[in-house]
Ligand binder design. Structure first.
Ligand SMILES: [Zn+2]
Ligand SMILES: [Zn+2]
Length: 262
């Protein structure tokens, strides 16, 4: 990334997993991730470990680990800003996977509208248009939840049918309804995420960039998140960040950022 780009859009990942998430690599400790981020010029690293249903996430243990992360961060005096949050998920239209004990410890939240690969997450619809309408129902569920800061990986959840690929779903989407959702997002200050599954696979998901364009044109915020589950992904994100900044003409004002970062 050039110096000019770095000045206009700070290098951040507001969606990062540690080994507290079952799907992350054991190497992905908070210390190792922060060290890599410092080395690669990150300004902010936001940790958002998965908060699943109570049968899967040991909630008291999870909350305790987040408290430890926060006190470790406060003592560490790292040269970059580190936020401790969580990746919550939509369970079905109008239903969130909630946990007050964890929410209390989180400094911000990322909400996944489309974890369709998980048994407890509902995926409805047979045609692309039906599945896309359900995806928007889940965006709306996230926008209605008062704690949502960022909507994660739009259209690039793991779909159950191969024909429901992101580009096809976007094509089948009711764009008028997107405009209504943008108004809700502006009101609540909720950002739409740009992340690797959207950006690295244009043949599969490139058209979803139009959603980001609409979001920005409508005056709502975007968020940049690597969704890294391994150290190498955090490095790749830093290397490819400039392409994203350039494509969407990003600057700090267009991005969801914690206070004191510009
Ligand atoms: Zn996710
Ligand atoms: Zn994630």
């Amino acid at each position: 990334m050039s110096i000019a780009e770095a000045a206009s859009a700070p290098l951040v990942s507001l969606h990062t997993h540690t080994d507290l998430s079952h799907c992350a690599k054991p190497e992905m400790t908070i210390d190792a991730a922060v060290a890599l981020a410092v080395e690669h010029g990150y300004r902010v690293l936001g940790f958002s470990d998965h908060v699943h249903i109570a049968e899967v996430t040991d909630r008291p243990a999870h909350a305790q680990r987040l408290r430890q992360y926060r006190s470790h961060r406060d003592e560490a005096d790292w040269p970059i800003q580190v936020l401790i949050g969580g990746e919550f998920e939509v369970k079905a239209k109008g239903v969130m996977v909630e946990c007050d004990e964890i929410l209390e410890v989180c400094e911000y939240t990322v909400v996944a509208p489309n974890h369709y690969h998980l048994d407890w997450v509902e995926c409805v619809g047979r045609t692309c248009a039906e599945v896309a309408a359900h995806e928007l129902d889940c965006f709306e569920t996230a926008l209605d939840w008062p704690y949502t800061d960022i909507i994660a990986h739009p259209y690039v959840g793991k779909l159950r049918e191969p024909e429901h690929e992101p580009n096809a779903m976007w094509k089948a989407t009711d764009k008028g309804r997107i405009r209504a959702l943008i108004e809700m997002a502006k009101e609540g200050g909720v950002a739409m995420e740009i992340q690797p599954a959207l950006w690295y696979h244009p043949e599969r998901a490139g058209r979803v960039a139009e959603l980001i364009d609409l979001w920005l044109d409508g005056g709502a915020l975007v968020s940049l998140g690597s969704d890294a589950h391994a150290l190498a992904s955090l490095q790749t994100w830093a290397e490819r960040y400039g392409e994203i900044v350039e494509r969407f003409d990003l600057s700090a004002e267009k991005m969801w950022l914690p206070p004191n970062v510009s």
